[in-house]
Design a protein around this ligand. Sequence first.
Ligand SMILES: [Zn+2]
Ligand SMILES: [Zn+2]
Length: 346
Amino acid sequence: MKALQYRTIGAAPEVVAVPDPEPGPGQVLLKVTAAGVCHSDIAVMSWPAENFPYEFPLTLGHEGVGTVAALGAGVSGVREGDAVAVYGPWGCGTCAKCAQGKENYCLRADALGIRPPGLGRPGAIAEYLLVDDPRHLVPLDGLDPVAAAPLTDAGLTPYHAIKRSMPKLVPGSTAVVIGTGGLGHVAIQLLRALTPARVIALDVSEDKLRLAKEVGAHETVLSDAGAAAAVRTLTGGLGAEAVFDFVGAEPTLRTAGALAAVEGDVTIVGIGGGALPVGFGSLPFEVSVAAPYWGSRSELIEVLNLARSGAVSVHTETYFLDEAPLAYERLHTGKVNGRAVILPNR
Ligand SMILES: [Zn+2]
Ligand SMILES: [Zn+2]
């Protein structure tokens, strides 16, 4: 089969032929209908060889949707032909976190060498994807595969981040979304669907701010050195009860800290490598800072339910598998508006 692989440190990923995977006991083979292209892969491909945590070559793609093509021995609960989305942050399935569906925080994944598809294990940007266990699959139940694939990360990750702050996002409150790309433009829709908060979007690109407005942001602000002051002005000096930074770089985190309200939340979602100092006087009183990762299995089910109700739709542009390197190049240069989705079997 064909797969998109990252094969050389620092080089662009390539479409190559690899052996067809076969499901072992307990595993499920999916024919991939759609796979999302995530900005975090760009970060992965920028890591130096000595810090690269995964085996080479790496088939990319941690947002996958497909139809069940074959079942390994002993698999029950899904049938051939079922259309499913893949829950990506695989865990051991049995520790205290996994027992709550929080496989993203599995306490044993590292020790057991369990990795998500596309982030260690062969990923979804390929004709077929091997899934370790049917519990990682959520039925699409009528959702369009292209629309659904990005929901498994670009939907689930902001959903999980927003849920943490929902008690603070009461009527009259303000939520700020920094970086309105793949995850950010979904975050705006989720905030509108889940909370009565006023949503202010920040980005360095006018194009992305236009998309932010289209998907429901009440206000947009160009993300520069004056952004925090602009948000203070828009909020009568109070700042934002919740700030979601989908960039996570030093300058955006500085902005996030500077525009948080007293007792506000700053949530660092982007993996831009920045840090936000927390100490007495460095932030407004009792600001809470967290850096969550992905989301739980039950939250993915909730996100898909929300999408089915029409409350959230990902802005997508589609590519054939042979064009996947181009999708990464466009993402890298900031040209993708919304989410790029690969169609490996078309
Ligand atoms: Zn991702
Ligand atoms: Zn676990």
